[in-house]
Design a binder for this molecule. Sequence first.
Ligand SMILES: [Fe+2]
Ligand SMILES: [Fe+2]
Length: 192
Amino acid sequence: MLHLAAPTDPGWFDRIEDDLHLVLVDHAHLEKRAASTALSMIFRYTGRPDLPMTLSPIVREEMRHFEQMLGILAERGIELIRLEAADYATTLVGKVRKQEPQRLLDRLIVAALIEARSAERFKILSERVKDAPLAAYYGQLFESEARHYTVYTDLARRYFGHDAVKTRLDELASAEVEALQSTTKQARLHSW
Ligand SMILES: [Fe+2]
Ligand SMILES: [Fe+2]
């Protein structure tokens, strides 16, 4: 189960449909960022049992998704332009506490929530996008990002225990919905 405090607003797809190319570009950047998040945790938390071995395959998988997205953009004649960082990620990363070990707990939970929201939106895209190959791709991607949510929350429970994870997951899941609501300016994978 994806622990999201609220489902995506039913109007999201209608709001982004005309700018789907921007959402695809945003999504390509997001895959690269997901790989970078996992890799940076491997660098930072080398001594944590199982963390490098658990997150290394995620780095590879996210980079494979990035390459698949580059193919999807190229086939549709869409350029991988630079996009302004969405308020969503900036707001959420801002909630991560500075002090260890709370910092690790928060980083794992924020990563899990971004995976969960991405998975939920990929499901919506798989059901609503008219481009059939793209819709099929989003159907597959839903499953892998939902699994990544579990990988991050399982690691968090291993280090911090069930109760601490539940408390912080509840808090950060509410912050995640607020972060979505603040991302209204442009069509993004994580826009309102
Ligand atoms: Fe991914
Ligand atoms: Fe992922």
